[in-house]
Design a protein around this ligand. Structure first.
Ligand SMILES: Nc1ncnc2c1ncn2[C@@H]1O[C@H](COP(=O)(O)OP(=O)(O)O)[C@@H](O)[C@H]1O
Ligand SMILES: [Mg+2]
Length: 244
């Protein structure tokens, strides 16, 4: 039975999609069977893997996930592409329980076929994200290492039930280690969230933007880059935590 990792933060541009793509790639390279589900109408995970958004998403239309899933260039790494259409976007956001119930149903069907299913969520708190939290064995929250990094995160984490708190992992992203500010922000994040903050942080690295331009994960595009190494380390940390 596979495990669900939900990647969320109500803020955009904090590195959710980049993290989703690269953790999937690392897990797949480690021999795991992985599915990335793009749940964001912006479909950045889909385009970041050089795939096309679909017009009928299994969450809102009458197609099964098996019909919708596509392969990526990495063996064992499959993608359920996102969907852009406004009707479907609004369905995913209008607060109705339908998409979240569908998500639950769909994931239950999918889980038998994969070791890991990663959910790349839109920057919003919605019934969909609540379902994603409920079903996840790990809720991975990327936080950009900058001023006001904590703004909104505390509010978002308040939607996470207390018993789920230990299943959360906070990941510091886009860290510029040459700045004094980064150290201050890191200290603040570690003080507030304690043990659930990963040892590994993801440095700011231009290779990430370049890789997404080519539609490949940075661990494929520039495997020796600092960010690729960091994503490999993060994945090892995730796997180690699981064994504890
Ligand atoms: N560690 C990093 N270093 C440099 N650029 C990054 C890094 N992580 C993400 N980015 C870039 O920042 C932008 C936002 O990242 P993304 O993963 O799409 O965030 P989100 O999914 O939270 O909106 C993208 O253009 C991405 O290429
Ligand atoms: Mg995104």
């Amino acid at each position: 039975m596979g495990q669900i990792i939900s990647i969320m933060n109500q803020k955009g541009g904090v590195g959710k999609t980049t993290t989703a793509i690269n953790v999937c790639a690392c897990l797949a390279r480690a021999g795991m069977k992985v599915l990335l589900v793009d749940l964001d109408p912006q479909c950045n995970a889909t385009s970041g893997l050089n795939q096309k958004a679909v017009s009928a998403h299994p969450l809102v239309a009458d197609v099964s996930w098996t019909e919708a899933v596509v392969s990526t260039k990495i063996p064992n790494f499959l993608l359920l592409p996102g969907c852009r259409s406004y009707r479907q976007v609004s369905k995913l956001h209008d607060g109705s329980a339908v998409p979240s119930e569908r998500l639950q149903e769909m994931l239950t069907g999918i889980l038998n076929s994969f070791d890991y299913v990663l959910l790349d969520l839109p920057p919003a708190v919605s019934p969909l994200s609540e379902t994603a939290v409920k079903m996840a064995s790990l809720v991975l929250i990327p936080i950009q290492c900058e001023f006001f990094a904590m703004d909104g995160v505390v509010k978002m984490t308040s939607m996470i039930p207390a018993d789920k708190w230990l299943s959360c992992g906070i990941l510091m992203t886009m860290a510029d280690v040459t700045l004094e500010l980064t150290k201050e922000v890191e200290a603040e994040i570690r003080e507030h969230f304690g043990d659930i903050v990963y040892r590994t942080f993801i440095p700011r690295d231009v290779s990430i933007a370049e890789a997404s331009g080519y539609g490949v994960p940075v661990i494929e595009y520039a495997p020796r880059s600092r960010s690729a190494r960091a994503y490999i380390e993060l994945t090892m940390e995730i796997l180690e935590n699981e064994q504890e």
